[in-house]
Design a protein around this ligand. Structure first.
Ligand SMILES: [Zn+2]
Length: 595
């Protein structure tokens, strides 16, 4: 039966090929959409730009000349004249917290404000606007505004004293709380710092009883969990609203069609919301996710629960193949794990040799990686300090030796300081580098935190990129949204090429002087930056056969820009480019082509 059908089909095809011109044969299968007269940069190696793309049933069915595309135009085909504009594959962000968009709808946002007074005023207003909220949550305060010990509980108490307030810093590694929240968590002057966390204390209280000193209101790393673990999670419905907002208002206008959401929780409401949306056909952005694992969790229990969670998500638009672990914290919290001591170690810690600490003891990380890899989890690691990356590579190497070689594609993200001798190890071990090009600038972080905390030359040798490419490493770019807002890949590309940003450079001269450029030797080409947001991101997520380049058979994830990134005369013009059109799996998600 099957053979006969195939035989028949083959005959028809043969007849078409022999007797009828190819154009007519293809006309039997008109496309849904044909794009013509464009500069279609396919990102396929060695390929020249095409002019046209045809899309049918969510997939690319033709890439080539505009003339050749005519064969795919039928009575109901939508034909889009690109008028020379650049088309690229849909952008992929390989580490961004899309599901956390919920917090932008249900919490107070302090991003971009310049003083504690502004923060406090915003919290007061939000609390007044939301009298029924049991807890005031927020995010976005900056360590650059309040360096050192961070903001104070007393500042929040002045405006909200009846309910707990917990506000994450913009890098998500510190939590600013009021006294009510400290009381809720039972944090007092006698509470010791938890493992891998710091309770900032009021100056001068350490010398007196109680021995640890009065909490001042800022909790670093795991100390923040003492409060946030007690707060209720957002509901499934709230997560859905957040994800919908993310898809429509954040991803679509920026051309993002696939993202890796790195901090999901087993049995959490976020995974439930994503699963329900995938099943209902409501995901327009393809999600890949990692399930969080911390060293205090029992690994055997976690593995059992995480395997079950992973098995629940089989939809092409949402899967959780990965595990996320933190190897260290962040420079701005003095929690990154460094090879050499912090430049201000004595001043900050009273100990000139202080270089941060690993969140996982090396032996524990090795044993965990071996088991995680054995269970088929893709390992995704946050590493900021050079020592954290070395430790992570050591543990990955150990797991690979123990379990044998397979196509495993672990990733290390952020990579602020990297020992140059570690770069080739990424390639050897098949580890993806997931840098955040948005951060490759001498901004206020550089001036107020990195220079004083790291000193030179370390502060000027942050965020390698070119080295990874040159070593043959898969380099998948990421924004770490909402740490970066907006997570605009075109900005990421522009910064990766220039390593300075005309809108962000405050006190440093702009090129042609190189003083304003953060590590000029690590600038990369436009083509490499595009790869890092397309095919390399696809590879990082095991999706290179489905997305990442413009190729017949792949999903029709496409973006159109108002500028040709490869033809700019001055590289700073890259900052002026915009997305005009976004298509995900053949569906129009954003369209400003007519404007
Ligand atoms: Zn992150």
């Amino acid at each position: 039966m099957r053979t006969r059908v195939w035989g028949g089909a083959l005959l028809v095809l043969l007849a078409a090929a022999l007797l009828i011109p190819a154009v007519a044969a293809a006309k039997n299968k008109p496309a849904d959409t044909v794009f013509k007269n464009g500069y279609v940069y396919t990102v396929n190696p060695g390929e020249r730009a095409a002019q046209a793309v045809a899309v049918k049933d969510g997939r690319i069915v033709y890439v080539g000349s505009s003339r050749g595309a005519r064969a795919f135009v039928g009575a109901h085909t939508k034909v889009v004249n690109l008028r020379g504009k650049m088309m690229l594959p849909g952008f992929i962000d390989s580490h961004m917290h899309a599901s956390m968009t919920v917090s932008s709808l249900y919490s107070v946002l302090l991003y971009g404000m310049a003083s504690v007074d502004e923060y406090v005023a915003a919290v007061a207003q939000f609390a007044a606007d939301n009298p029924d909220m049991d807890v005031i949550r927020g995010e976005g305060w900056s360590n650059t505004v309040v360096p050192g010990k961070g903001p104070l509980a007393s500042s929040l108490d002045a405006v909200v004293s009846d309910r707990p307030v917990a506000i994450m810093s913009e890098d998500y590694h510190s939590t600013w709380v009021n006294t009510k929240a400290l009381q809720l968590a039972g944090i007092t002057g006698a509470t010791p710092d938890p493992e891998d966390g710091v309770i900032e204390r009021v100056d001068g209280t350490q010398a007196t009883d109680p021995p640890y000193g009065t909490p001042s209101g800022t909790l670093r790393e795991t100390a923040g969990n003492l409060v946030t673990d007690l707060l209720p999670d957002y509901t499934v419905q709230e997560y859905k609203e957040g994800i919908t907002y993310f898809q429509d208002e954040v991803a679509a206008p920026l051309g993002l069609t696939t993202i890796f959401d790195p901090l999901l929780y087993v049995d959490g409401n976020a995974v439930q919301a994503l699963e329900e949306m995938a099943a209902a056909g409501q995901l327009t952005v393809r999600f890949r996710g990692a399930l969080s694992l911390t060293p205090d969790q029992d690994l055997t229990t976690w593995l059992a629960d995480a395997r079950a969670e992973r098995a629940r998500h089989t939809h092409g638009m949402f899967k959780t193949p990965a595990v996320k672990i933190f190897a260290d914290g962040v420079i701005e919290g003095h929690t990154a794990y460094l090879d050499e001591p912090y430049a201000d170690a004595l001043e900050y810690k009273g100990d000139a040799s202080y270089r941060g600490e690993p969140i996982w003891q090396p032996a524990v990380m090795k044993a965990a990686f071996k088991k995680l890899d054995k269970a088929g989890f893709q390992i995704h690691v946050h590493a900021i300090g050079d020592a954290a990356t070395t430790e992570t590579l050591n543990a990955l190497s150990y797991a690979r030796k123990a379990n044998g070689r397979r196509d495993w594609r672990p990733g290390i993200t952020h990579l602020q300081l990297v020992d140059p001798t570690d770069v080739p190890r990424f390639a050897r071990l098949g580890v993806t580098a997931v840098p955040d090009p948005y951060w490759f600038i001498k901004d206020d972080y550089y001036t107020y935190l990195q220079l004083p905390y790291l000193g030179l030359p370390r502060a000027d040798e942050e965020y390698p990129m070119r080295s990874f490419f040159n070593a043959g490493v898969t380099v998948a770019s990421a924004s770490d949204f909402p740490v970066t807002i907006p997570p605009n890949p075109l900005t990421g590309i522009a910064v990766g090429v220039n390593r300075w940003d005309p809108t962000w450079v405050y006190e440093y001269p702009a090129p042609p002087s190189l003083d304003g450029v953060l590590w000029p030797a690590e600038r990369v080409s436009v083509a490499r930056m595009i790869r890092s947001f397309t095919i390399e991101g696809a590879k990082a997520n095991y999706l290179e056969k489905k997305i990442g380049t413009i190729k017949v058979g792949k999903r029709a994830d496409l973006v159109v820009l108002d500028a040709n990134l490869l033809k700019v005369t001055d590289k700073t013009e890259l900052f002026d480019a915009h997305v005009l059109f976004t298509m995900g799996s053949g569906k129009v998600l954003y369209d400003k082509l007519a404007d």
